[in-house]
Write a protein that binds this ligand. Structure first.
Ligand code: SF4
Ligand code: SF4
Length: 152
C-alpha cells in the first residue's frame, strides 16, 4: 500500500492522509531537564478544536503557535522524542507498520482508534481549566504516560 513507501516519497495528499487525527501531537509536553524525556500531558493547544480534534488554524499554525510541531520528512530524526509513540509519521519513519486501529485500515473511519483509546477527544482539557498553569506538580499530575515515548 502507498503508506508503506518511505516518507520522503509520499505525495502531498498521501502525507496528509497518513495522519490518524489522534490529536496527541497537539498536547502540551513537559521535558525532564536531566534525562531529556518528553511527556505528553492532558492539556491541549488552544487552537485544537476539542469536538472534531482538528486544528482551527492549520494553514497558519506555525505563525499562531510557535510551539507547534511542523512535521515534515526533513524534521526527522530530531522531532522523534516529541512525537507520541503511536504517531503514524513516527512509525513509518522507523519502518514499522501502522497500528491495527489506524483509520487508513478502516476505510478512513476513526472508530477503532477511538475505541482503542488513541484519540484525545474527551480525554483532554484546555489550559484555562488548570488551577495554576505555573504549578509544576499540576502539570506532572496531568501526564498521560501511555501516550508518551517514555510510557508503555
Ligand atoms: S500524533 Fe501523528 S498521527 Fe496523531 S494527529 Fe499528530 S501527526 Fe497525526
Ligand atoms: S497550532 Fe499546532 S499544536 Fe496547536 S492545534 Fe494547531 S496543529 Fe495542533
Amino acid at each position: 500500500m502507498w503508506w508503506d513507501k518511505p516518507l520522503d516519497t509520499l505525495s502531498a495528499s498521501e502525507w496528509e492522509s497518513l495522519c490518524d487525527g489522534c490529536g496527541k501531537c497537539c498536547l502540551h509536553k513537559i521535558q525532564d531537564e536531566y534525562s531529556g524525556d518528553v511527556w505528553l500531558t492532558a492539556v491541549a493547544c488552544e487552537f485544537l478544536d476539542p469536538d472534531c480534534v482538528r486544528c482551527r488554524e492549520y494553514p497558519r499554525r506555525a505563525e499562531v503557535q510557535p510551539a507547534c510541531m511542523i512535521i515534515t520528512p526533513t524534521a526527522f530524526p530530531g522531532i522523534l522524542p516529541a512525537l507520541p509513540n503511536t504517531c503514524a509519521y513516527r512509525l513509518r519513519w522507523e519502518n514499522k507498520p501502522l497500528p491495527v486501529w489506524h483509520p487508513l485500515l478502516h476505510g478512513g473511519k476513526q472508530t477503532q482508534m477511538t475505541r482503542c483509546g488513541h484519540s484525545v477527544r474527551d480525554r483532554v482539557i484546555g489550559i484555562e481549566k488548570m488551577q495554576d498553569p505555573e504549578d509544576e506538580d499540576e502539570w506532572e499530575a496531568l501526564i498521560i504516560p501511555e501516550w508518551s515515548d517514555n510510557g508503555s
